[in-house]
Design a protein around this ligand. Structure first.
Ligand SMILES: Nc1ncnc2c1ncn2[C@@H]1O[C@H](COP(=O)(O)OP(=O)(O)OP(=O)(O)O)[C@@H](O)[C@H]1O
Length: 395
């Protein structure tokens, strides 16, 4: 009797033993098999081969050797499938071997801009939180930036965050020209800041401002030539000039109906191309943003000279290719501030959130601080001039 009962008990016991969770590497192997990510050699199918596996506090890194004939393009197709299969976002890169990164911690859905993001006296601005830490972009290393994404996913907040960081970092040495082609609704309010030289609100004003910038650029180029300078970062010149374009598509002749506006737009695109092409070494930094990431909205000359790309959520893979030169942004979750930052490699980040109110408050504090320190400097100058006077007026 006891023996008779023992068998079902064993079976029930076996059913209660939890199944061993399939680990990520095994799941990915399975996905490669199920999706036929392989090449055929005779009767054999050869799949990507896991050659190394590292696990640390931040992430699991899986390194695969790929059989000849399979390139990084397989990941363009497999990325989303792997993410669905392991239920986590992944990052990957290919440098002879395929590296897949699976982070242990998820990104926050929102986090606020704060004072500790200010890197005083540098040209570094926070881009966003990444599972491995906060990522900063150095405008002296990579002078220009192209950003795109569907409306309402955080481009403007991102641009404002950068404006704020640059102001806080380099209060005395930064200047801005802003082409706010959404009728000035976002940036015109910053026009009274001494650092903001001009805010253009339509294609005609933009052409005027860009004309001025191109003139200055030529002048600066001549000065550099005379002095034998090749790049501003190797000189003592501290000033940097940022040209921010928010809604670059408004400068696309193909998207404008009015004949005269088209002509101005042609000029604007050519001028922006020139800034992107030669401005970097001369201290000009172009930030070009658009919510219509199409070939006509992003001039070729601009795109070709911008290494740094930031894509917010974009519905079509085509749009991701315009901004990043590869797919990915179409797979981002529909969260404002979630973006792919690409320079050297792609990283998914959550951009810090900042409001106009917070910016005005920080800027006001900064003005008060700089006025106080300027008053102190002026007091010293007073002493010096008094000394000077005394000497001049001596017997
Ligand atoms: N980094 C962020 N974190 C959390 N929420 C954000 C973030 N950025 C933007 N948002 C939210 O998304 C809304 C839209 O952001 P934003 O105006 O920057 O979008 P946009 O892409 O510039 O849109 P549009 O092109 O229509 O101006 C904001 O009002 C805010 O509520």
């Amino acid at each position: 009797m006891i023996e008779w009962l023992a068998l079902p008990a064993l079976i029930t016991g076996a059913a209660l033993i939890p199944k061993k969770k399939m680990d990520e590497a095994k799941k990915i192997d399975e996905i490669f098999k199920n999706r036929g990510v392989c090449i055929r050699k005779g009767d054999n199918l050869i799949y990507p081969k896991l050659i190394e596996k590292h696990n640390n506090d931040d992430k699991l890194t899986l390194i695969y050797s790929l059989p000849l004939g399979i390139g990084s393009d397989i990941m363009e197709k497999a990325e989303k499938i792997i993410e669905d299969g392991i239920n986590r976002k992944i990052e990957w890169e290919f440098d002879g071997v395929l590296k897949i990164y699976i982070y242990h911690h998820n990104l926050p859905e929102k986090w606020n801009y704060s004072n500790d993001l200010i890197h005083k006296d540098t040209w570094e601005v926070p881009i966003g939180k990444h599972p491995a830490g906060t990522i900063f972009h150095d405008f002296d290393k990579y002078p220009h930036m192209l950003t795109g994404g569907t409306t309402r996913f955080g481009k403007t907040v991102f641009l404002k965050g950068m404006l704020n960081s640059l102001m806080m970092n380099q209060f005395e040495d930064v200047e801005f020209y802003i082409l706010d082609l959404k009728a000035g609704l976002e940036f015109y309010k910053y026009k009274s800041l001494p650092q903001v030289k001009e805010v253009a609100c339509d294609v005609y004003e933009a052409a005027e401002v860009l004309n001025q910038i191109v003139e200055d650029l030529k002048q600066r180029e001549m000065e550099f030539r005379i002095n034998g300078y090749t790049n501003i970062v190797d000189t003592n010149i501290k000033k940097r000039t940022f040209v921010i374009v928010d809604e670059g598509a408004e400068l696309s002749p193909d998207l404008l109906a009015n004949k005269q506006a088209k002509q101005y737009a042609h000029f604007c695109q050519a001028a922006l191309g020139e800034i992107a092409r030669i401005g970097g070494g001369l201290g000009y930094r172009l930030i070009f943003a658009t919510q219509y990431p199409t070939k006509v909205a992003v001039p070729m000359q601009v795109k070709m000279n911008i290494v740094t790309r930031i894509a917010f959520t974009i519905p079509e893979q085509l749009g991701s290719r315009v901004i990043l030169d590869e797919p990915g942004a179409e797979n981002l979750p529909a969260l404002p501030g979630r973006a792919i930052y690409k320079v050297e490699k792609k990283r998914i980040v959550q951009v810090p959130y900042i409001t106009d109110k917070q910016m005005f408050k920080m800027m006001e504090e900064k003005y008060n601080e700089s006025r106080t320190s300027r008053d102190i400097v002026n007091d010293n100058r007073q002493d010096e001039s008094d000394n000077h006077k005394t000497i001049n007026e001596g017997p």
